[in-house]
Design a protein. Sequence first.
Length: 300
Amino acid sequence: MNFQIWGLTGSLTTQNESQMPFAEERLWHWINEIDASCNRFRSDSEISRLNRHQGQTVAISEALELALDAALRAGAATDGLCDPTVLPALLALGYDRDYDELARQVDVVAKAPVPAPGLGAITLDRTRHTVTLARDCQLDLGASAKALVVDLVAEDVAPYGGVVVELGGDIAVRGHGPHGPWVIGVGDSLTITGREPRISFSNGGIATSSATTRTWRVGSRTANHIIDPRTGTFAQSTYATATVTASSCVIANAFATAALLWGEDAGYYISQAGWSGRLVRHDGSVEFVGGWPRAEETPS
């Protein structure tokens, strides 16, 4: 099954046809839950309301709590480089509208960079199910929430058989396919050509982050959506693309994002955490990190 949401393409594949109706129901359940709670482009979403109530303690839904918890885990795992508090930096770079509209702009006017306040600006009370943002904090959960969706769907469906859920380059894999381990194509862009290198994978998450997709013009520069929270400006990375496999898609996404900010040190941090990676430089050369899954032939 193929689908589209948030300007992204996705796919859902199950080991057995009998799983598909339930898998589709869980897919749209979690997409709708995360959209209502985490879509910053919806004025009526929970995160939009939360961002308007900085400095106040706000009761939140289970879905937003799951998304905030995932974002905090991603941030902690990457020493704060995968940071949900970068919204002011994105707004300063002109990312204040839907990406499709932003990409059509000839020359976006940027403001001065805004370093992120960091994870310490978020107080999540898991007992009372409330969150308090510091007065200078606004959240964008886009990256981690997208990865969370595929993890949640895969977890719900996995008890009934193998499943692969993919959304905009984020993939959650559980179990086996009809003929053994799943074979996953690993691309360097959002455009699928059918010639992507493939890997065998059974359980966990795969995520790809790119400094060359979701870009827009800011003066003479090409900005991208990967924000360095330390400086408030966009990634100017050694690598064009980073793909990471990990125990979950949330963590894989966090390390793939952080890899573009770590630069030459990315391989060290990925391998030290116990994950594996495929790093592509701007000249197209590829480096493998850790126990990268066994590669299949690139389709001819």
